[in-house]
Design a protein around this ligand. Structure first.
Ligand SMILES: [Cu+2]
Length: 667
């Protein structure tokens, strides 16, 4: 206390006021920073829109789904993604959107009463269901799609009827054969190119081609889908579905579905797609040149579905599954040369977020990072990764072989939509990963609890030591999260916003190679898609890591990195965000520590013991120690300065991250 005489005595109350000013001011600034970041991340949308809703797209000139089922009190967001003006008007006049919705316009309509709502666009459809028209079923309202199509109430059946409807021998079109069928019938299609959209509202049909490669349903980029299915229990086998304005084969709102030996090629959204559907299998199928994903199971819980023995190549995403959870297995399949391989994800634009309990086992995931594949902006953020878990929980990634990816083999990351979804409780074990440009395993910050990595045969991770810091059985420290990975993703988001990504079209993709035929061909047993999941036998534990294809070794080398950023692969946008995200915390930490020592050295109110104790706290407790000193240490530095340097630094970091996100994620 030798210098006490040079320090003017300060009345205790004003000293207290100084401390409490810091408490108020500093934490206020911190809280403001966090709040600002939170607000930016939440976007400028209204509260209602921030909640999960279901989206019905308006395209030229059709609605994205023939049938949408929602629970009571759901908001439905009608959005015009076409070029023409559209609207949605209830056929009985109960509700309507604005009449003249332009491209990009959206309207939320909330449905609180159960019922079957048929709606249409007044420009391109009629109230009695012709042209641009679709159906919305709210709550448990009774709806049998067959009634609308045939005037008859038809229930699904488990057994084949023994009847065969032949195309073109008995029926000139596939649609005519479907309309003439009873549940349990086989619609058997001979070789030919069928230029129609087949709408299936009769349950338990089996649509089968006699030759997978020569029976082609071609939507000619004029019709929404090759096949659209709204009835339960329908199987599609041994044919090719191509050139859909949206999808190749599409099930919506059904119980029981199956695709076997199906080829889906050059569809503008998805190849083989099940939405709001449960109890299904996609098997021995092939999808290429989809501008969104090859295979997609979305909005279900529990999904009770299996994807097995499929090949997805040259799509934006091999597999995408938005808000698809529970008893969902993606196994023994090949995902290669897409933008990204397997990407379960969480979005607010569909119901049931976040995704959870997805099991990904025994897949070969190879060379996803193919800029020649068709794609759209929304998937660009996933480019160059093998497996991405984007904002979901409690999923399992085991015994996959993952080779040659410009960024990561397996990436666990938060996903930003209208809300910010963190990933937690995911288990990554026993995978073999080679040839990742940035890291074989990556955990992007911020991440929730319980993500673990164990027994993976890998060469690198981001952050380093991921398997040691986040093991499944042993040590799990909340330290191993990597902010630079998040920052790198924000760079991608900015690129998307600036339309700075490759734009290849499904139309220009090379034709798919011939694919193997359904065993038994035309005379294979007829099995309607009933209790598909229960009857599918699979021994998960017996699925091994797949063999190395043609024994080749990885061709992508780990890239030289500077401050955590792969310098060759990074675009200018990525460099800006990644360098900032990587460096700023170190810069701040160094500045706070220097300031604390400088202050401690000049303090005369502390004894040697107290000073050394603070030095120890600052040095030994990462980040929090030095923040603790500035907040609680009664530093002689002016409160406003400490508030600006500590609180402002943290706030700046959050704001920069949020602005990066805002640039492309929400706008
Ligand atoms: Cu219209």
């Amino acid at each position: 206390m030798a210098g006490s005489q040079v320090t003017p005595p300060v009345p205790p109350d004003s000293a207290d006021r100084g401390v409490s000013w810091w408490h108020r001011g500093g934490w206020l600034l911190l809280a403001l920073g966090a709040l600002l970041a939170g607000l930016l991340m939440a976007g400028c949308s209204s509260g209602e829109e921030a909640q999960a809703h279901v989206t019905i797209n308006m395209l030229d000139d059709f609605f994205g789904r023939d049938l949408t089922r929602v629970p009571i009190d759901t908001s439905v967001r009608f959005v015009n993604d076409g070029r023409n003006p559209h609207n949605a008007v209830d056929a009985k006049g109960a509700w309507k959107t604005p009449v003249d919705m332009k491209r990009g316009d959206a309207k939320l309509v909330r449905f609180s009463q159960p019922g079957v709502y048929r709606f249409y666009c007044t420009f391109h459809g009629t109230a009695n269901g012709k042209g641009m028209a679709a159906t919305l079923v709210v709550g448990n309202a009774y709806y049998n799609p067959a009634e609308q199509a045939t005037g008859k109430t038809l229930a699904p059946v488990a057994q084949a009827s023994g009847q065969v409807q032949r195309v073109p021998q008995q029926h000139r079109t596939i649609q005519a054969a479907v309309n003439a069928s009873q549940p349990g019938d086989l619609v058997l299609i001979s070789p030919g190119v069928y230029r129609e959209e087949v709408k299936v509202a009769i349950p338990s049909l089996v649509l089968r081609g006699t030759d997978r490669n020569a029976v082609v349903i071609d939507a000619e980029f004029k019709r929404p889908n090759a096949i659209s299915i709204t009835a339960d229990g329908v199987a599609v086998e041994n044919l090719t579905a191509r050139n859909g304005l949206t999808n190749g084969v599409f099930w919506t709102g059904v119980k029981g579905y199956r695709a076997s030996y199906v080829t889906a090629h050059a569809n503008k959204e998805y190849g083989v797609y099940a939405f709001d559907s449960v109890d299904g299998v996609f098997e021995h199928s092939y999808a290429s040149a989809s501008a969104d994903s090859g295979f997609y199971i979305g909005q279900c819980n529990p999904c009770r579905a299996v994807i097995t023995d499929v090949v997805a190549e040259n799509n934006a995403l091999g597999y995408s599954g938005t808000n698809a959870s529970g008893e969902l297995y993606i196994v023994r399949s090949t995902w290669r040369r897409n933008w990204a391989g397997i990407v379960p994800n969480t979005l607010d634009t569909e119901l049931l977020p976040p995704f959870r309990e997805v099991t990904i086992v025994g897949n070969l995931v190879e060379g996803n990072g193919n800029p020649e594949a068709p794609g759209k902006g929304i998937q660009w953020g996933a480019f160059g990764n093998g497996v991405v878990l984007a904002g979901g929980n409690d999923s399992v990634v085991e015994r996959n072989r993952i080779v040659d990816h410009p960024l990561h083999g397996i990436l666990i990351t938060p996903n930003l939509d209208r809300r910010f979804w963190m990933s937690s409780g995911n288990r990554v074990r026993g995978n073999v990963i080679r040839g990742s440009g940035r890291a074989d395993l990556a955990l992007s910050a911020p991440a929730g609890n319980g993500n673990c990595f164990q027994g993976n045969d890998v060469r690198s991770s981001a952050p380093p030591g991921l398997q040691a810091l986040h093991s499944c059985d042993g040590l799990r420290l909340p330290l191993g999260m990597d902010l630079s990975t998040m920052a790198l993703s924000l760079g991608r988001v900015a690129e998307t916003h600036h339309e700075d990504y490759p734009k290849h079209r499904p139309e220009d993709a090379p034709a798919p190679p011939p694919q193997p035929q359904l065993p038994g061909g035309a005379s294979a047993p007829v099995r309607p898609a009933m209790d598909v999941f229960t009857r599918f036998s699979m021994n998960l534990a017996s699925i091994p890591v797949p063999a190395n294809p043609d024994g080749h070794s990885a061709t992508i080398r780990k890239e030289p990195t500077v401050s955590g950023v792969p310098i060759l692969a990074a675009s200018p946008w990525q460099l800006v965000f990644a360098l900032y995200g990587y460096l700023l915390p170190f810069v701040l930490y160094a500045a706070w520590t220097s300031l604390a020592f400088w202050d401690l050295a000049r303090r005369d109110d502390l004894g040697r013991g107290a000073t050394l104790a603070w030095v120890a706290v600052v040095l030994l407790v990462p980040f929090l120690g030095v923040i603790g000193y500035h907040v609680l240490g009664r530093s002689k530095l002016p409160g406003w300065l400490r508030a600006a340097v500590v609180g402002g630094g943290v706030a700046a970091y959050l704001v920069i991250l949020a602005i990066g996100a805002l640039l492309g994620g929400i706008a």
